[in-house]
Write a protein that binds this ligand. Structure first.
Ligand SMILES: N[C@@H](CCC(=O)N[C@@H](CS)C(=O)NCC(=O)O)C(=O)O
Length: 201
């Protein structure tokens, strides 16, 4: 499999999933401005949506959308426990988290990375994000991971959102469970492997 990524972008979530699942993979760094990959390919021909992540399967098919990609990876190695079995209530709980992270956190950060966004508008997004993080903090109370004691692909995705909070100076000091969670995830050897491969550690 080949993962199209950009260091530190949301593509680190499937990257962590690949490492945690122990699936051999190649990485191809995408220049998102030029829409070219480091191997010289036209990225729009690979993913017409133009964004990362995209996962090229061994049969050449390309799967896009982080929440779908991480579930695909998990299902290749069910014994990894990265996702509960498809069709179970627990799996829907995982999908609930992935959807929440994607729509309420991930896309809530995007305006804060946008230099053209006026500060007053940024404040609206910041305040909303702060509410969402307060909810996550409550959910993490007494738990090691979002689903309980087992690390799942939702945790890799959430971890990256906590990293982004630092990048945009979003203060998470009022969310001690989130802070402890991020440190716990960052200590996982496979997460370290992904961070090192992206030059982030
Ligand atoms: N809906 C997509 C969004 C992916 C996304 O926002 N990717 C960002 C990096 S974190 C990107 O590549 N942005 C560049 C662009 O949109 O041109 C997903 O969840 O996978």
């Amino acid at each position: 499999m080949k993962l199209y990524y950009r260091p530190g972008a949301c593509s680190i979530s499937p990257h962590i999933a690949l490492c945690e699942a122990g699936i051999p993979h190649q990485l191809d760094h995408v220049d998102l401005q030029a829409k070219k990959t480091e191997s010289g390919a036209d990225y729009l021909a690979i993913n017409p949506k133009g964004y990362v992540p995209a996962l090229q399967l061994d049969n050449g098919e390309v799967l896009v959308e982080g929440a779908a990609i991480v579930q695909y990876i998990s299902d290749q190695k069910p014994e990894s426990g990265l996702a509960p079995k498809a069709g179970t209530m627990e799996r829907y709980r995982l999908m609930e988290w992935l959807t929440f992270i994607s729509s309420e956190l991930h896309k809530g950060f995007s305006p804060l990375f946008n230099a053209a966004m006026p500060d007053a508008a940024k404040k609206i997004f910041r305040d909303r994000l702060a509410q969402r993080w307060a909810y996550v903090d409550k959910q993490l109370a007494g738990k090691n991971y979002l689903m309980g004691s087992t690390f799942t692909v939702a945790d890799g995705y959430l971890y990256n959102m906590a990293r982004w909070a630092k990048r945009v100076d979003l203060d998470l000091s009022g969310c001690p469970n989130v802070t402890a969670f991020a440190a716990r995830v960052e200590a996982r050897p496979k997460v370290v492997e992904a961070l090192k491969a992206e030059g982030l550690m």
